[in-house]
Design a protein around this ligand. Structure first.
Ligand SMILES: C[S@@+](CC[C@H](N)C(=O)[O-])C[C@H]1O[C@@H](n2cnc3c(N)ncnc32)[C@H](O)[C@@H]1O
Length: 278
C-alpha cells in the first residue's frame, strides 16, 4: 500500500480526525441535502460497480450500495485508518461493500472496472489532483461517469465563515489563503476543475453552481463542531490560543448562531456539483 505521508495524511490519521468520528452522525445529518444533490444526477443501476473516493466513514458508499443492489459492488477508498475503522464497524455485515486504505493519487486500479465514480467532499485534499483524477479516469469503464460535490467560495458558506471570522476577530489571526493547496476550498475555481478533468482525459464536463442548506443540530453541538472541524478550527489548531480566548470565541459563535437561528434553521451552503464522462 502506498500512502503519501504528507500534511493531509497526518490530519486524517491523528488526533485531528477524532471530531470527524465523534460527530459522524451529526455531519451526515448536516450533509443530507448534499448527498441528495450528489445522487440525483447519477443513474445508478442494479449490479453496477462504483468507486467512492475519500469515502470517510462510508455514508455515500452505503447509499450507493442500496442503489446497486445485492450484486452491485462498491469500492470505497480513503487514507484515514480511523474513519475506515468506523466504516467497517458500521457496515461489516454488508457484502460487496468494501473499503480500502488507499491514496487515490497513488492508486492504479485495473483499467475499465467501474461504472461510476463518486465523491462527497473527498476530492479537495490532494497535493496532486491531476494524478487522483487520472487514476479515476483510467479505472472507469468507457462512458463511465465521475460525479462529485465540492465547496464553492468560502465567503458564502456560513458553516465556515461564522467560526473563522470569530477566531479572526478575537485573536487577530488571519484567515488562511484560499488557493489550490489541499483544503476544503482548493476546488473553488471552476476553470481549475475543468482544466484538471480535461487533462485527466474526461469529456462532457459540467459544473453546476448549487445553493443548498446544511442541517443543524443543537447550538452546543454546533459550537463544539465548529471549534474542531473546518476553517476556524484549523486556525485554532495551528496557533497557540489560551483557554480564556477560546471561551470568548465560543461565546461569540454562540451569539452569532442564536441570531442566525432566529431567522433560519440551517446554514446556507454554496457548492459545485461536477460531472464528467470517460
Ligand atoms: C471531508 S472528508 C469527506 C468524507 C466522506 N466523503 C463524507 O462525505 O463523509 C474528506 C475525506 O477525504 C479523505 N482523503 C483525503 N485525501 C485523500 C486521498 N489522497 N485519497 C483518498 N482519500 C483521501 C480523507 O481521509 C477524508 O475521509
Amino acid at each position: 500500500m502506498i500512502l503519501l505521508k504528507n500534511k493531509q495524511y497526518y490530519y486524517w490519521n491523528e488526533k485531528s480526525v477524532s471530531p470527524w468520528i465523534k460527530y459522524n452522525n451529526e455531519m451526515n445529518y448536516k450533509f443530507e441535502n448534499i448527498s441528495k444533490i450528489l445522487f440525483e444526477n447519477i443513474s445508478l443501476k442494479k449490479n453496477q460497480s462504483i468507486l467512492d473516493i475519500g469515502c470517510g466513514a462510508g455514508q455515500t458508499s452505503y447509499t450507493a450500495k442500496k442503489k446497486v443492489g445485492a450484486n452491485g459492488t462498491i469500492t470505497a477508498v480513503d487514507i484515514s485508518a480511523p474513519l475506515l475503522n468506523l466504516f467497517k464497524k458500521k457496515y461489516k455485515n454488508i457484502k460487496n461493500l468494501a473499503c480500502l486504505r488507499k491514496d487515490i493519487q497513488k492508486t492504479r486500479f485495473k483499467e475499465n472496472i467501474f461504472d461510476h465514480a463518486i465523491s462527497r467532499f473527498g476530492v479537495m485534499f490532494f497535493e496532486s489532483p491531476l494524478c487522483a483524477f487520472t487514476n479515476t479516469y483510467q479505472a472507469l469503464k468507457k462512458d463511465g461517469s465521475f460525479t462529485f460535490v465540492c465547496w464553492r467560495n468560502f465567503r458564502y458558506n456560513q458553516f465556515f465563515t461564522i467560526p473563522a471570522y470569530s477566531v479572526k476577530k478575537n485573536t487577530k489571526i488571519d484567515l488562511p489563503e484560499f488557493n489550490n493547496a489541499p483544503g476544503p476550498f482548493s476546488l473553488k475555481d471552476q476553470s481549475y476543475i475543468k482544466k484538471l478533468l480535461k487533462q485527466s482525459g474526461f469529456r462532457k464536463i459540467t459544473i453546476e453552481n448549487i445553493i443548498t442548506k446544511l442541517k443543524i443540530s443543537k447550538i452546543k453541538t454546533e459550537i463544539d463542531i465548529m471549534m474542531k472541524i473546518g476553517v476556524g478550527a484549523s486556525m485554532i489548531r495551528e496557533h497557540k490560543i489560551d483557554n480564556n480566548t477560546l471561551d470568548i470565541i465560543k461565546r461569540d459563535i454562540s451569539n452569532k448562531l442564536q441570531k442566525l437561528f432566529k431567522n433560519q434553521n440551517h446554514y446556507n451552503a454554496y457548492i459545485y456539483r461536477v460531472t464528467a464522462i470517460k
